[in-house]
Design a protein. Structure first.
Lengths: 756, 496, 121
């Protein structure tokens, strides 16, 4: 028992440590590229994969992808270290690690891909891994619902995006991004530009949770905290933003690009920050501020100015650093105290000093205090907003609102739980979280501080190259500095602080007001339930209509299709129809045919079993006589033999089955109408066929060759056993199998009868 | 007379005879496996021969075409024979555990091998009436397999299955009579030439529609698919799997063959109809699946929906589209058969396939969860699995010809397929078992478990390989498409 | 003569369809028999009809003298008759078995595989 525990512990250790090591190695490897990229180099590599479809394993490493790659691998290794302790006792820990690592690799693939379809593949891989990770709490209905919602919404967007990618590739003639982005004129002047853009934006807006596709992100907080921190704040949700940034050189500059991104980004940012105030669950509050950040990033991507792009690049890093840190901090709080409720928590500063420091640093970056990186980011954002060509006031106003609320939420999440006095008791007594859980947030928060104090490092190594990826050169990069003189951005920052403080002071009152208002407004999340319900209703309706379980319905539909299809074909194509020559009718032939017709008619209307059998027999014999009259003796013999067997079998069966019912149902009129329709069409078509000239080529061959080469005088027999022997083989198999199957069916009847 | 072509056709019937004689002997089921393994080898030899030599034709009895019956293997046929053999082998191993002695004594293995023989005959024949004969061989064997065991559900499903398929059969036969009446020949290659020269093209189109409907019933397209969801969920799981994998694909194959080789005189009309049919099939199938609560019923409706994709490829009629249809055919057989096999294991482990009655398998049977996840998400079209490429090629083909509506429909149906597959995933694997049980794979005895899981694992691996390294097969599919769209090589090989 | 036969075939098909659409599966079987005959006749008539000259080669001759009936459709019909019989026999046994297992011959009452759904939303 002890031994087993030790082995289990050891394997858990390996599973826990391995990804930390691997992601750290990746991080360091990427770090090694910083000098080259800072020089302005862009590294590309390509391996063939599916050349027949124009899809290759091509990768690009420039400022934008390096920034993302470093964020992904760096934050990734810290999250793995964190998960080690957060989840190590969980039964599915190894699965978790596997999914998370798979996610990280997919995300890296996404940001490094230089081929559109390759990018799409990694995009979908992040969707699946995210689904599995959100579904980690799958035993609750809510967990399953959230996972499905995320999958469905992002999946729908992704499929639209795929169509956009294919169109884009078609327009340019290649899927390689390096080729596509060079040809921005061709893209923007092509007739498909709007369609392509809208389709791709469907994908990016769903992935990055822009309004109105934002509702899945808060629900994704059902996932464990490391997942929320890694995927749903720092990396995966930024995939949409990444793609828009990547496509910026090719697509930006048009009115459509500008206004779509600006409007959706601004609305998302403001809406999310309002909703953030309402949350008492710390994780949800952070989720909404992530939404707000994504909205802001989108907003700036709509622009083309140096300030806007620098703001984008800087805020990207700023946000990832403080958001990941704060999420992990919330995880620490949850892990040690057992709750995430902002109304309950307080006074933790005494028990969790290191966590408090991390939280404080991260929060100040978030709130935008100097000398943190967040302050620099904020200044740049204002500069970028004010530089917007049209409606700078509106945009700056939106950014101001968002920032102020960000300030407020920073206070709610990172100040209150630690510094303010506790109001209620906690489920567990708080103490400092284990070092593996604290070191992550601490490092990230410290980085936010360090880069604030020494922004040149960041500017040169990552921000400038990123701006270069977006605008083509590093020249338009604006300086990252703590002090840029007294200008409008500085004033706006002061305004932000004041507004933020005011809102924080009143936040509980505001929260109550908001809850009342929001309860009356339609909710997108409830809309999702309505949507699923509607889907099910449509499905049920269709099944009731099409597949009701009634054989009559199925047969009627089949014959109706026959009738409709043939009528359509006849009307469309027109048959060259010649009215048949009735002169050649012989009396014999007519009599025999009349026999057949009569027999069929009797079978149809009779209700007596014996009459039915007899009528069937008459039909069979009539057909045999047709064969005789028209020179087919062998066929006639076979027909007679088979007909006899048919009648015998029918007789044996009928006498053990109940009487035939009298058919009084009105609906039989429809059946009759359809039958008449089909019968008429068949006659018509057969008449048309026989009025065509006939090609006797194949028949002549048989007649010529039957005796000399096949040694048979009865040509029909020769065909059956020599020329077309394979058919006869099949025929024999059919009869044998029919006998076997029928016997198997009957035997079980006999057995069950015996049991009784 | 080419032995490369004849062997895959002869082997299943030989195996059928031997297993019938041995039906009360446990050796019988092993012979079935062995026979199908030999078939697999023969099929691959045929495939390599075709790749090396080009189209292969064999005249039965030595009688020259178009007078005797010709067996033809082009890229499409050879690929279909291979995939049939793979499926047959997989299911025969699965049947070691799934089919009990009661069904074996009634002749299960004989019926199974006759079915496989009929399917292969249909894929290899170059003669229209011979195609009818193989369809009937396949049909009667499927009748037998469907009702083998005689449960109430099977009988009920059997009635629907038998009646609707008999109608299709009669329609097919009538169509042959009519086509023969205006052309005087039955050899497919010969028909291709003769039909081209006919004046009365309107009549040809009418006959084409007859064939479209007859094969449409077999392929389970809209509005002819009723028999499938009415019956596929009733027989033994091994039977469901082979039905789901192969039977409808024979119908699709026949459609592809006839509408690229023979009925190409009025592509504007016939293929437009096919496009509409494809769209409706995709949508009605996936919506039908969304209303179901039993794993096999959901999967049955999905077969219908996926058939729509293949018909879409045929309807668009460009090289890329046909290549997509070929790719989809192979991918779908692998994935669908696998899903039914997994459903069988779920049933053996939990005792039911009703979503409301089971659950918790993610926790208690993770291996099974993995084996469901791979084919399910392949079906839904997620990379890097085979289904992604299949869907991608078809959608690209649609967009290439500006088929916006059908592309949008295909994408939308893909989304709804995701919904369906995740419904099964969430209900069967993620959700806790309603009785709080923990059904594990240990319930199944060791030998039987291997028999269950080995074929499932192999098929899943193939799906992954096809997804991760698709290029070879894409090139293969494109060559097959080229051969189909330009039948001169086919005609030349057959008619000499 | 083909014309009259064509009309007869149409009549046979019409009555078969009417019978097949009956809710009583036994009538379906009757319809099956009739429509099989109709299909066989279609093949037969497609080869064009000739009275009184069966496709036989007289002793001593190398090929038939004069015009004889078309042998190929006859062979096809023969095969079709036998195959049709096999299918019919199975279908009949199935219907018989249906009555003993499900207790009814009316397809409207056969709701085991697809029961009346009460779809819960």
């Amino acid at each position: 028992m002890d031994q087993q525990e030790r082995t289990e512990d050891r394997s858990a250790l390996i599973i826990g440590i391995l990804p930390v090591l691997m992601s750290s190695v990746l991080f360091l490897w990427f770090l090694g590229f910083v000098p080259q990229i800072a020089e302005g180099l862009v590294i590309r590599s390509e391996f063939g994969w599916v050349p027949s479809l124009g899809i290759s394993f091509s990768f690009v490493l420039d400022g934008l992808s390096l920034t993302f790659a470093l964020l992904i691998s760096g934050i990734g290794s810290l999250v793995f270290l964190y998960s080690n302790t957060y989840l190590s006792r969980h039964a599915h820990f190894s699965r978790f690690v596997m999914f998370l690592f798979a996610f990280m690799l997919s995300m890296l693939g996404l940001v490094l891909a230089d081929n559109l379809i390759l990018l799409f593949i990694f995009w979908e891989l992040t969707t699946i891994t995210s689904y599995l990770l959100i579904g980690f709490g799958h035993e609750t209905a809510n967990g399953r619902r959230s996972a499905l919602q995320a999958l469905f919404v992002t999946g729908a967007g992704a499929l639209a995006m795929l169509a956009g990618f294919i169109l884009l590739g078609l327009t340019i003639g290649s899927f390689e991004l390096s080729e596509i982005l060079d040809q921005s004129d061709k893209i923007q002047s092509s007739g498909a530009y709007e369609l392509i853009l809208l389709l791709i934006l469907a994908g990016t807006f769903t992935k990055s949770a822009q309004f109105p596709f934002h509702f899945w992100l808060p629900n994704a907080m059902a996932a464990p905290t490391p997942v929320s921190s890694f995927l749903h704040s720092a990396t995966m949700v930024k995939a949409g933003v990444y793609l828009m940034a990547r496509l910026h050189p090719g697509f930006a500059g048009t009115e459509l690009w500008l206004w779509t991104l600006t409007i959706f980004g601004a609305v998302t940012a403001v809406l999310a920050s309002i909703l953030a105030i309402r949350q008492t669950d710390l994780k949800l509050a952070l989720a909404y501020t992530t939404l707000m950040a994504l909205g802001t990033l989108t907003l700036f991507l709509g622009q083309e100015s140096g300030y806007a792009m620098t703001a984008f690049a800087t805020f990207l890093i700023v946000h990832s650093l403080y958001k990941a840190s704060l999420f992990l901090v919330v995880g620490c709080i949850d892990h040690t105290t057992g709750t995430r409720d902002a109304d309950v928590l307080g006074g933790l500063g005494r028990y969790m000093p290191i966590t408090t420091v991390a939280a404080a640093l991260a929060a100040m970056s978030m709130a935008g205090f100097p000398p943190f990186l967040g302050f620099i980011g904020k200044e740049l954002k204002y500069a970028g907003a004010l530089g917007v060509a049209s409606e700078p006031v509106l945009v700056a106003g939106a950014v101001l609102a968002a920032n102020a609320l960000m300030f407020t939420v920073a206070g709610i999440v990172a100040f209150r739980p630690f510094w303010q006095n506790r109001k209620a008791s906690l489920p567990r007594s708080p103490r400092e979280a284990p070092w593996q859980m604290v070191i992550g947030p601490l490092i990230l928060a410290v980085l936010g501080t360090a880069f604030g104090l020494y922004p040149d490092v960041l500017e040169r190594s990552l921000v400038a190259p990123t701006v270069a990826s977006l605008l083509g050169s590093i020249e338009d990069t604006k300086k990252l500095t703590l002090w840029a003189g007294v200008n409008l951005p500085l004033i706006l920052s002061l305004l932000t602080v004041i507004t933020g403080l005011l809102l924080y002071w009143q936040h509980q009152f505001l929260r109550a007001q908001l809850s009342d208002i929001l309860a009356q407004l339609p909710s997108f999340d409830r809309g999702w339930d309505h949507f699923l319900g509607a889907l099910k209703l449509v499905a049920f309706w269709q099944t009731r209509l099409i597949q009701p379980g009634l054989l009559h319905h199925y047969l009627f539909a089949t014959f109706a299709t026959v009738w409709a299809g043939l009528t359509l074909a006849i009307l469309y194509g027109g048959i060259d129809f010649r009215f048949p020559n009735m002169a050649k009718i012989s009396l014999q032939g007519a009599a025999v045919i009349l026999l057949v017709v009569g027999g069929a008619a009797v079978t149809t209307v009779t209700t007596s079993r014996i009459t039915a059998m007899a009528a069937l027999g008459v039909v069979g014999i009539g057909v045999a006589m047709i064969f005789i009259v028209f020179s087919a003796p062998d066929v006639a013999i076979t027909q007679l033999l088979v007909e006899t067997l048919v009648v015998v079998l029918v007789a044996v069966a009928l006498l053990r089955l109940p009487r035939l019912d009298v058919e009084r149902s009105r609906s039989r009129i429809y059946d009759a109408a359809l039958a008449v329709g089909v019968g008429t069409l068949v006659s018509f078509i057969v008449l048309a066929v026989v009025s065509q000239p006939f090609d006797r080529r194949v028949t002549d061959y048989f007649e010529t060759v039957s005796w000399p080469e096949a040694f048979g005088r009865n040509i029909v027999n020769v065909i059956l056993v020599d020329f077309r022997a394979l058919d006869t083989f099949g025929e024999v198999v059919v009869v044998a199998v029919a006998a076997l199957s029928a016997y198997a069916l009957l035997r079980v009847t006999a057995q069950s009868k015996q049991k009784r | 007379m080419s032995w490369y072509i004849a062997t895959p056709l002869i082997l299943p019937f030989l195996t059928a005879v031997i297993t019938f004689l041995l039906r009360r002997n446990p050796l019988g089921r092993r012979i079935s496996c062995a026979g199908n393994l030999l078939l697999l080898i023969a099929a691959f030899i045929l495939l390599f021969q075709v790749i090396e030599q080009g189209i292969i034709a064999g005249q039965m009895g030595g009688w020259a075409a178009p007078f005797g019956i010709t067996l033809v293997a082009d890229y499409l046929s050879a690929a279909m024979v291979c995939i049939t053999a793979i499926t047959a082998f997989a299911v025969s191993i699965y049947a070691l555990a799934d089919i009990g002695t009661r069904l074996e004594q009634l002749g299960y293995h004989a019926l199974f091998n006759v079915l496989i023989g009929g399917v292969i005959g249909a894929f290899l024949t170059g003669d229209l009436f011979n195609l009818y004969v193989w369809f009937e061989v396949m049909l009667i064997a499927s009748f037998g397999l469907l009702v083998l065991g005689g449960s109430r559900a099977q009988i009920d499903g059997g009635v629907k299955y038998v009646t609707l398929n008999l109608v299709s059969t009669i329609l097919f036969l009538s169509g042959i009579g009519l086509l023969y009446g205006i052309t005087g020949t039955l050899n497919l290659a010969d028909l291709a030439i003769v039909v081209q020269d006919l004046e009365n093209t309107g009549l040809v189109t009418v006959i084409a529609i007859i064939f479209m409907i007859a094969f449409g019933v077999k392929a389970a397209v809209f509005p002819l698919f009723f028999w499938l969801p009415a019956s596929y969920h009733t027989p033994a799981f091994a039977v469901s799997a082979v039905f789901a994998g192969l039977l409808t694909k024979v119908g699709v194959y026949a459609m592809i063959r006839m509408f690229t080789l023979v009925f190409v005189n009025d592509v504007g009309f016939t293929h437009t109809i096919l496009l509409w049919v494809a769209g409706f099939t995709m949508v009605t199938g996936v919506l039908g699946a969304a209303a179901q609560h039993d794993i096999r019923k959901i999967l049955s409706f999905h077969i219908v929906s996926q058939i729509g994709y293949m018909i879409m490829g045929l309807a668009i009629m460009t090289p890329l589209a046909i290549a997509g249809a070929v790719f989809y055919l192979v991918h779908h057989i692998l994935v669908k058969a696998n899903l039914f096999l997994v459903a069988g294991v779920v049933n053996h482990v939990t005792g039911s396939t009703q979503l409301s009655k089971i659950g918790g398998l993610y926790k208690s049977a993770p291996l099974l969860a993995l084996f469901f996840f791979i084919p399910a998400f392949s079906l839904a079209g997620f990379p890097p699995l085979s289904g992604f490429w299949a869907k991608y090629i078809l959608i690209k083909a649609a967009i290439d010809v500006s088929g916006w509506v059908i592309a949008a429909v295909a994408l939308l149906v893909g989304l709804l397929t995701i919904y369906s597959m995740t419904k099964i995933w969430a209900e069967v694997f993620w959700k806790r078992h309603p009785d709080d049980r923990q059904p594990t794979l240990d319930r199944i005895e060791r030998g039987a478990l291997t028999a269950y899981l080995f074929p499932i694992a192999c098929l899943a691996t193939m799906t992954v390989i096809l997804g991760v390294a698709p290029d070879a097969f894409v090139v293969f599919a494109e060559t097959a498409a080229k051969q189909l769209l330009d039948p001169s090589a086919y005609i030349a090989t057959v008619l000499g | 003569m083909e014309a009259l036969l064509a009309l007869a075939i149409g009549f046979l098909v019409g009555t078969s369809v009417y019978l097949m659409l009956s809710r009583n599966v036994l009538r379906f079987i009757f319809g099956l028999v009739l429509i099989s005959n109709a299909a066989n006749l279609i093949i037969f008539v497609g080869g064009r009809l000739i009275v009184g000259a069966p496709p036989l080669i007289v002793e001593g001759a190398l090929a038939p003298a004069g015009i004889v009936a078309n042998a190929l459709p006859q062979a096809l019909v023969l095969t079709a008759i036998v195959i049709g019989f096999g299918l019919f026999a199975f279908a009949l046994v199935l219907m018989f078995r249906t009555y003993s297992t499900l207790g009814t011959l009316f397809s409207d009452q056969m709701r085991v595989a697809e029961p009346r759904e009460n779809f819960e939303t």
